[in-house]
Design a protein around this ligand. Structure first.
Ligand SMILES: O=P(O)(O)OC[C@@]1(O)O[C@H](CO)[C@@H](O)[C@@H]1O
Length: 380
């Protein structure tokens, strides 16, 4: 397994530093504005707002998460000195603790990000995406599946979802690595697919439409949908979010809605929420039970930026590092659908990297304008 330095937020000019110093405080303000929390929670949130930028890491005494994942040992360090993934994971754990999510009490289980997630579902753009997706049902597989795959890849970017692939769109320059043909081939003969989901709302809807097509058209026998056991990184999907999405599809009279409802009821679509999905660790450190589940699947498909960071390791890999080399540990065929929203990237040609740097400096890594579809079928 190749090696490279872990990404930290120490450099004030880095993306990671900006996330910790700017995005996290802004998020706390959004959470305070979105829910009428009481004085105790508001005090806990404003304390976190200060701690997470000025103070040392201060784990709560009464939360075993900090011991389960061996994070308490970082107590007293600056958040900026921690591995970026650890710092973010600690922030979200502290935020949920501050709003009383873990209880006991009346706020137990109340998702602080739910207002943002629900707002995404009821928009004209979301309705237009559903109309476009339903129209796909009549198209032949060689058009329908790539469009559904791109719809899932670009998630909530409606202008780029569900387009019928034409010559120019198939050569979309925003796609920096494209193993979609190999991915579609793996999906065409897949008994069990593990889909490790990313965000709720308008990203989960395209994911579920892809799942429905795979299950309905007989290409996949069973899908294990890996969600988060509790709210994480603002938008990450929980079971409640998945049920909201299915109910939304039924209410919107999408043909996929009742089919997904039935697939859940008869066990062809199974919801999973393993604690490791909220751990501050790379998937290379996954526990044995999760490793066995992925090993027993015919394909595991990771969605989104955070999952990609954890799949390949949140490190400053040279972009030309092969995707296969950093996922060689994975116990079965694995693929990633990821829009680039953070520094880590592997699997690019040297010429692609050079052209991106010449055109955009290093902004191409974090702007969300580019994406990769990468596969390690495990055959090499
Ligand atoms: O997994 P997602 O939702 O695609 O993206 C999550 C994410 O890009 O947002 C953070 C920055 O705000 C990153 O640190 C993190 O990887």
């Amino acid at each position: 397994m190749p090696d490279a330095p872990l990404i930290h937020g120490t450099d004030p000019a880095s993306f990671a530093h900006a996330v910790l110093a700017e995005r996290h405080p802004a998020l706390i303000r959004k959470v305070l504005d979105a829910t009428p929390y009481g004085p105790e929670q508001r005090h806990a949130l404003t304390t976190l707002l200060h701690d997470a930028t000025e103070g040392p890491l201060a784990p709560p005494d009464d939360d075993p998460w900090w011991d389960t994942w061996d994070v308490r040992r970082h107590a007293g360090r600056s958040w900026f000195d921690l591995p970026f993934l650890v710092a973010e994971s600690c922030f979200y754990r502290r935020l949920l603790h501050a709003v009383g999510f873990f209880g006991p009490g009346p706020w137990q289980g109340v998702d602080p990000f739910r207002p943002f997630k629900l707002a995404e579902l009821d928009t004209p753009e979301a309705a237009a995406e559903l109309t476009a997706a339903d129209a796909l049902a009549e198209r032949p597989p060689h058009e329908r599946l790539p469009a559904l795959l791109h719809g899932s890849l670009w998630g909530n970017r409606a202008d780029l979802g569900f387009r019928i692939q034409t010559a120019e769109s198939a050569a979309d320059s925003r796609l920096l690595a494209d193993d979609s043909e190999e991915l579609l081939s793996l999906l065409s003969r897949c008994g069990t697919l593990c889909l490790v989901a990313d965000n709720a709302g308008r990203e989960l809807i395209p994911d579920l439409l892809l799942v429905d097509d795979l299950l309905t058209r007989g290409r996949v026998e069973r899908v294990l949908l890996h969600l988060k056991p509790y709210p994480y990184f603002v938008s990450d999907a929980t079971t409640a979010d998945a049920l909201d999405a299915v109910r939304h599809l039924v209410t919107a009279k999408s043909a996929a809605g009742p089919r997904l409802w039935s697939a859940l009821a008869d066990g062809r679509l199974v919801l999973r929420a393993h604690p490791f999905t909220c751990a501050p660790l790379p998937y290379a450190d996954m526990p044995d039970d999760l490793r066995e589940e992925f090993a027993s699947a015919d394909l595991t498909l990771f969605k989104g930026d955070l999952n990609y960071r954890r799949l390949v390791g949140d490190r400053l890999w040279p972009p030309t590092t092969s995707f296969a080399s950093v996922t060689a540990y994975f116990p079965g065929p694995v693929a990633a659908l990821r829009t680039l929203k953070s520094d880590v990237i592997v699997g690019l040609d040297a010429s692609t990297e050079a052209a991106l740097v010449a055109a955009e400096g290093q902004r191409w890594r974090t702007g969300g304008a580019h994406a990769v579809i990468q596969v390690n079928a495990g055959t090499n």
